[in-house]
Design a protein around this ligand. Structure first.
Ligand code: NAP
Length: 308
């Protein structure tokens, strides 16, 4: 078996090859670019040239959970399966990110950080003493399902929203676009971890923000395109939205002149909510290639029409 490894951006190729080898030493591994004809590609945003030069590939393994970038490139030949990473150690990280954001807001950490700078000692009422925040989770797949469950186990009232109806212990779930305003109206903190698709693009717009209770806090761990930035900035300015913790942006790195960088009520993190753990990611890829070779059906195959 010949495996091609490719990456756009950070050069993770040698590390991935070493890790794949550790899991399956009997296969051969090649770094892109090469004309050595391979069976599978493990990559991130593979260019069109790769598919022209590699006409015998059986499937593309997307080295990450999100497939919006690879689908937008339109380089993968029609009919070739795209297999994405499922959890692979990312869901726990995403839950940590969400819990940090919820507590940051609830326990007024922004205020205490500012007070420390001024050596000012003043106690404020914990928002949770008045009413513990209800957290809404948008997207109940590999990431969102784990986030919702962990938040509920941590004692928060959690509600979830997805395209199709899910059933999660102790969590009120709603599904579909028509249920969105009702879902949002009960969320003191909104955590979004939807994939970016034609139907989720701009889902957090002025109307959605208006459906949230005054003083709500937003955490985005999904994709920047889920949010209409101008609408969020306007809602922050009006005070309708108390603050936001944002990990993903329309353009990354976030341009230096973007309003989010200097907004006092916004925390910007550089797309680190859940990074791909190399061991778990490579173990999953090797196991799925082996299963495909045995003629088995694997999970995590992307539906290009749905966009996730
Ligand atoms: P997933 O398992 O495919 O789950 C996607 C969820 O979104 C599903 O619950 C799905 O509903 C829901 N959904 C899709 N379209 C919808 C729509 N139009 N309306 C309502 N719900 C919709 O994906 P995942 O592994 O959880 O990953 C989700 C996204 O997180 C990725 O696509 C990626 O963009 C992002 N991500 C970010 C980071 C980071 O570091 N910031 C790391 C990993 C992933 P159904 O269950 O009904 O299908």
């Amino acid at each position: 078996m010949k495996i091609l490894v490719q990456s756009s951006g950070i050069d993770v190729v040698p590390g991935i090859i070493n890790e794949l080898k550790a899991h399956q030493p009997d296969w051969q591994y090649f770094a892109w670019p090469t004309d050595e004809q391979c069976d599978y590609v493990v990559g991130w945003k593979p260019p069109a040239e790769l598919f022209t030069r590699q006409p015998h590939l059986k499937a593309v393994f997307n080295y990450g959970a999100g497939v919006d970038a690879v689908l937008a490139m339109g380089a993968v030949p029609a009919g070739m399966p795209i297999v994405r990473l499922e959890d692979a150690g990312m869901a726990q990280q995403m839950a940590e990110y969400a819990i940090y954001g919820v507590i940051y807001h609830q326990r007024r950490m922004r205020t205490y950080h500012a007070q420390q700078r001024d050596k000012h000692w003043q106690q404020h009422e914990d928002r949770g003493n008045v009413q513990r925040p209800t957290v809404g989770v948008m997207g109940l797949g590999e990431m969102g399902g784990t986030v919702a469950t962990r938040l509920a186990n941590f004692g928060y009232t959690v509600r979830g929203w997805s395209r199709t109806k899910h059933s999660l212990d102790g969590i009120e779930t709603l599904a579909g676009h028509d249920a969105l305003p009702a879902f949002l109206s009960g969320c003191d903190v909104l955590f979004t971890v939807l994939p970016l698709t034609a139907t989720t693009q701009g889902v957090i717009n002025a109307a959605a923000l208006a459906s949230l209770p005054r003083g709500a806090f937003i955490i985005n761990g999904g994709r920047g395109g889920l949010i209409v930035d101008a609408d969020l900035v306007a809602a922050l300015e009006s005070g309708h939205i108390a603050g936001a913790m944002l990990d993903v942006f329309h353009e990354e790195p976030l341009p230096k002149d973007h309003a989010y960088w200097s907004h006092p009520n916004v925390i910007v993190t550089p797309h680190i909510a859940a990074t791909t753990p190399i061991k778990d990611g490579c173990a999953q890829v090797v196991a799925k290639i082996a299963a495909l070779e045995r003629g088995e059906v694997v999970s995590g195959i992307v539906d290009p029409k749905m966009g996730y």
